[in-house]
Ligand binder design. Structure first.
Ligand code: HMG
Length: 399
């Protein structure tokens, strides 16, 4: 049981288009600072019809898998809350597109934005028992609240792929964690609804409340471990949410730490917050992938973090389930995470104006049984949704 298990490889893939928050604010008659400072976002990723969750996820995973990995993967777990099928898992497509060995199993996991953490924990437990095998975890989502809604500035899209193995290069996960379930209606999407239902203000209060409950439990059960954490990363539906959570812990009256200890801990975490939010600011909410995008952001931008440093990961999924994971940065993290490639991927994207965003937003995959060639507004390299025929989705690869 002493084998270290965790994230061996990790990649990010985003839609090609984005909308500047300034453009959205102008169109909606809102002061731009409300979005850039009040919510803490600069850009919002806008997926086209070709860039569905399978295409986004496959493009993320393709970057990290070798032929050897494909032969060692026993499970393809897809975490999403943007699923387009109640029965067939998105990972069945990924399994074929990436030519994973045929005797692997593939399934989907759901609990709002918490889903990818559940998938990661399942994957780590599997590998702890079989250290020579691997699991591919993909989280991909398209956050959609609708045009001219309160949630609109907190939309976004993208995918993160993580290869879980023994002796990981990037991040080893501790087996101990603290999780919580609290049945609430802060954000949910009934099967018949195209968009999420959300009680916006309540959702931010519940997030803070659950974070402080988890921190209280952590203080009571593992105070020394808590004090060792160099940085705390968050599920970031919008980056201000992480700051709000830190503020709620700061305001918490009862603590096992004296004032000096707690201030020192919070100051350390605050000093890394901007780095952990830098990529998220440029994308928006990626639901299941947001926490892991923040982890990537921290690891590539925080220059003084090093191997052996322990990091907290606060995962939150509406409904609500949350978990605080702790992990340790590994020796090979900077080689395994190619900062230049990630930054270039972000910079290669293209800005669109409000009219184009609204037109793309309103495009929909056909729901009749006809055969339709999907034609997005631009041809980008990689996997894309190419055809829908009798309700079946088919993907192609473009060089
Ligand atoms: P809103 O009513 O549009 O915004 O909703 P607001 O009036 O609350 O303003 C937002 C902030 O901007 C406020 O700051 C204002 O003061 C500030 P705060 O008090 O919060 O610190 N502001 C300004 N700042 C600078 N200059 C200005 C200015 N004007 C105002 N001129 C809300 C915002 C986030 C609620 C809305 O967008 C929403 O409903 N979003 C979706 C729900 C959401 O993201 N909830 C987060 C917690 S739940 C979660 O994380 C789970 C989730 O990811 C789903 C899942 O798990 O699957 C959502």
């Amino acid at each position: 049981m002493d084998t270290k298990v965790g994230i061996d490889k990790m990649s990010v893939y985003l839609p090609h288009f984005y909308l500047e928050m300034e453009e959205l604010a102008t169109a909606r008659g809102v002061e731009v600072e409300k979005y850039t400072i009040g919510i803490g976002q600069n850009k919002m990723a806008v997926p086209t019809i070709e860039e569905d969750i399978v295409a986004l996820g496959a493009n993320a995973a393709k970057q990290i898998l070798t032929e050897e990995d494909k032969g060692a993967i026993d499970q393809v777990i897809f975490a999403t809350e943007s699923s387009f099928d109640y029965s067939k898992a998105s990972s069945t497509y990924i399994h074929e597109l990436l030519e994973i060995q045929p005797f692997a199993k593939s399934f989907e996991v759901k609990e709002a934005c918490y889903g990818a953490t559940a998938a990661l924990q399942l994957a780590c437990d599997y590998v702890r028992l079989r250290p020579n095998r691997k699991v591919l975890v993909i989280s991909a989502d398209e956050a959609r609240y609708g045009l001219e809604t309160g949630g609109e500035p907190t939309q976004g899209a993208g995918a993160i792929a993580m290869l879980i193995s023994a002796d990981p290069q990037i991040f080893a996960l501790d087996m101990d964690s603290i999780s919580i379930t609290d049945n609430q209606f802060d954000f949910w999407r009934p099967n018949y609804s195209e968009y999420s239902m959300v009680d916006g203000k309540f959702s931010t209060e519940l997030y803070k409340n659950i974070f402080t409950r988890i921190m209280t439990k952590m203080e009571a059960t593992q105070p020394e471990k808590l004090k060792q954490l160099r940085a705390m990363t968050f599920h970031l539906p919008f980056t201000k949410m992480g700051k709000k959570a830190l503020g709620s812990y700061e305001e918490l009256a009862d603590s096992v730490f004296n004032e000096e200890e707690k201030t020192a801990l919070l100051n350390t975490w605050k000093s890394y917050f901007e780095e952990s939010a830098r990529l998220n600011k440029e994308v928006g909410n990626v639901y299941t992938a947001s926490l892991f995008l923040s982890l990537v952001s921290l690891l590539i931008f925080a220059e003084d973090l090093k191997s052996g440093d322990q990091i907290g990961l606060f995962s939150y999924g509406s409904g609500a389930v949350a978990e605080l994971l702790v992990g340790t940065i590994q020796d090979g993290f900077l080689n395994a995470l190619n900062k230049d490639v990630i930054v270039q991927h972000f910079n290669n994207r293209e800005a669109i104006d409000i009219e184009r965003y609204e037109a793309i937003f309103n495009e929909a995959v056909p729901t009749d049984d006809s055969k339709t060639t999907i034609k997005g507004p631009i041809e980008t390299a990689g996997f894309y949704l190419a055809e829908v025929d009798a309700h079946r989705r088919y993907y192609k690869y473009r060089d």
